[in-house]
Design a protein around this ligand. Structure first.
Ligand SMILES: *Cc1c(COP(=O)(O)O)cnc(C)c1O
Length: 373
């Protein structure tokens, strides 16, 4: 019996060979491959300016900085996401203002957005959950009306399209992650897509010690910058992954459609929204009513694990996490995100899976739920 993780990166021999060449070249940190990677990503997102960083989290934090988010500002963020989405707001000295999400899409409920805006709101951070795009036309329209910056957490959404345009190809500032669980990887890494040359330059300064290079070759330090520059080794992996991204996406969509085929007739719980061909399917998540099933999620995960299938949890509701409870947030104020946080399970989904792997996940899941008592 082969063990199925819920996610697995796909690194081919060509990539390993290409990385070996970088390792042997004598230049392994930020250099020509980062530049090539950034321009390849830029072409991928319709020519917007792209700068690579060491993680999606660094991308979000720096994006908030260049969006002018600082002490006391409010940033609107969905209550259902990875904690990083809200943590970076706190790290800027700003205040996360959570809004609830929709049950099927798991995405920020755009109709709750206006009610969450105050005179201190500086930005909104939509999260394209599992790669399903948020209704960006509506969201950008509201952001324009209230003069808010839009920092997209597109960690799941490299390769997704909204109304025929790639995520990252339009809008204000979009942040990607290249963690191994995302649709393409650089091991660790991330990137920002933005519109303005001066913002791209600010990212360059902030990701490398606040250093500014003058035309005459001299350098100066103009801010207390951090250290978030990607290595050429990582960028070389990213270049090879980007070439395969559309093929990965095609396979992920095929696997998701088999999940729907296997689960739709007699759904064991609430299936995710199917989306359209623009959905990049970073994850396939299911809501199971553990209250009524007579088993806990941990018991379910253990039972599936014993049968060789890993089940993930993405994610607990952010306001219910200890840090946020200590800051006086209340999970109960976000009933949908709270329910998703209790009921969600992530089924295995990665390009190297076979059709039969998906069928095995579904039949094992039905068996485990049937023998619950
Ligand atoms: C993975 C992820 C991040 C953080 O990306 P890293 O590259 O791991 O720092 C942020 N937000 C969401 C929604 C994510 O899934």
């Amino acid at each position: 019996m082969t063990y199925l993780p819920f996610s697995r990166p796909d690194i081919d021999e060509h990539t390993i060979e290409a990385v070996s060449q970088v390792l042997r070249s004598g230049w392994i940190t930020t250099g020509p491959y980062v530049t090539k990677f950034e321009s390849a990503l830029s072409s991928y997102v319709g020519g917007r300016k792209v700068r690579a960083l060491t993680s999606g989290t660094a991308a979000l934090e720096i994006a908030l900085m260049i969006a002018g988010v600082g002490k006391g500002d409010e940033v609107i963020v969905p209550a259902m996401s990875f904690a990083a989405s809200a943590n970076v707001i706190l790290r800027r000295g700003a205040v996360p203002v959570f809004v609830d999400v929709e049950l099927a899409s798991r995405n920020l409920n755009v109709s709750l957005l206006e009610a969450a805006i105050s005179s201190r709101t500086r930005a909104v951070m939509p999260v394209h959950f599992a790669g399903l795009p948020v209704d960006m036309d509506r969201l950008l329209q509201i952001a324009r009306k209230f003069d808010l910056r839009v920092v997209e957490d597109a960690a799941h959404a490299i390769g997704s399209e909204y109304r025929g345009r790639r995520i990252g190809a339009f809008g204000d500032i979009a942040c990607f992650s290249f963690h191994p669980n995302k649709n393409m990887t650089t091991i660790e890494g991330g990137a920002i897509a933005c519109n303005h040359a001066d913002e791209a330059r600010l990212i360059e300064v902030e990701r490398f010690h606040g250093i500014e290079r003058h035309a005459d070759g001299n350098i100066d330090v103009i801010s207390a910058g951090g250290k978030f520059n990607l290595s050429d080794v990582s960028a070389r992996i990213g270049l090879a992954q980007l070439e395969r991204l559309d093929a990965f996406g095609k396979r992920r969509r095929e696997l998701a459609s088999i999940y729907f085929h296997e689960l739709s007739a007699d759904p064991p719980g609430i299936l995710p929204e199917a989306g359209d061909e623009g959905h990049c399917w970073n994850m396939f998540t299911l809501l199971l009513p553990f209250d009524r099933l007579g088993m806990t999620r941990t018991q379910f995960q253990q039972a599936m694990g014993k049968r060789g299938i890993a089940i993930g949890v993405h994610y607990p509701c952010i306001p219910g996490l200890t840090l946020y409870r200590q800051l006086d947030y209340r999970e109960e104020r976000f009933p949908i995100a709270s329910r998703i946080g209790r009921e969600t399970v992530t089924l295995p989904l990665f390009p190297a899976m076979t059709d039969d792997d998906v069928r095995r996940v579904c039949s094992t899941l039905r068996g485990v739920l049937a023998n619950r008592s």
